[in-house]
Design a binder for this molecule. Structure first.
Ligand code: FBP
Length: 274
């Protein structure tokens, strides 16, 4: 972690990274709820929303579409990734180099490490190469730190998520993206283990507005530095509306109720807002 290395992808020290590598990681099924989002232009348009501090995409999408958005969107080059067709022990192919990413205009790199996988050693060595090249080019480094593998059955226990946040600090990430460990206390433990490096919460599968904003509010109150989110934005009928709400929660310290008001969205569980 180098202080300010992530400046290009933060706003007031916080991030809202719009993740759009799902076409590789999960496949077309993720675009079914909102078919327009199979078109990368639709998601790059979302990337121009003020709430979004960077868009995370794979090489082909970056090369093909980023040139039209480079004045309005900050690019985070997700360097590795694997399709859902792969049935082996968790691993991730390195699909482009930091040098390619710099040519396309990236301000930061993203890299998945599956701690606990039988492939952990090679993944960490690949991360090291990417991290050192990113430093040479002054790019921020974001680690998708997702413990998983044969011997690791429940990858979201508080201890495992705290460990995954710590891996980011130890290995030189500026920001580490972790799954929400289920409670503010557990999130706070993860944030503490990451010391001065930043921790962002991973969005997860789509939930309703109140549920999602409540989880994000809890993570922020627990000390998280923002969010990296895909499906909970682009699978909605109105992705701009949830970005308005997330902007309020992440950057304006709004309560869930205030954020729902900004969105013009009715609470699904009003009692929980009392
Ligand atoms: P979501 O907000 O949709 O969960 O996206 C975050 C992300 O890390 C994506 O970058 C990635 O495509 C996906 O989750 C991978 O999720 P998983 O490996 O858990 O299926």
């Amino acid at each position: 972690m180098i202080p300010h290395a992530d400046e290009a992808i933060t706003r007031d020290e916080k991030s809202l990274i719009l993740a759009y590598d799902h076409g590789l990681e999960h496949g077309p099924v993720d675009f079914e709820p909102n078919p327009d989002t199979a078109d990368p232009d639709r998601v790059f348009e979302l990337g121009t929303h003020d709430a979004v501090t960077a868009i995370a995409v794979q090489k082909g999408i970056a090369e093909g579409y980023y040139p039209s958005y480079e004045d309005d969107v900050t690019l985070l080059a997700k360097l590795n990734g694997t399709s859902n067709l792969w049935m082996g022990e968790p691993n991730s192919a390195v699909n482009w180099t930091v040098e390619n990413a710099v040519e396309v205009g990236a301000d930061a790199i993203g890299f998945t490490v599956y701690g606990g996988s039988n492939h952990e050693i090679e993944m960490v060595e690949e991360f090291r190469q990417a991290q050192e090249a990113a430093r040479e080019h002054d790019l921020g480094v974001v680690m998708w730190s997702y413990p998983r593998g044969q011997g690791l059955k429940n990858a979201t226990t508080p201890d495992t998520i705290a460990y995954s946040a710590r891996l980011g600090l130890e290995l030189g990430a500026d920001i580490t993206k972790v799954k929400y460990p289920g409670s503010p206390e557990a999130m706070n433990h993860a944030v503490t283990m990451a010391a001065d490096s930043k921790v962002v919460m991973s969005g997860g599968s789509k939930t309703d507005d109140q549920d999602f904003l409540s989880t994000v509010r809890s993570a922020m109150d627990a000390g998280a530095d923002g969010l990296a989110v895909g499906r909970n934005v682009f699978q909605r009928d109105n992705p701009e509306q949830i970005l308005d709400g997330l902007e309020a929660v992440i950057f304006e310290e709004a309560s869930v109720k205030e954020a729902l008001d900004v969105m013009g969205s009715e609470p699904t569980n009003p009692a929980a807002l009392e």
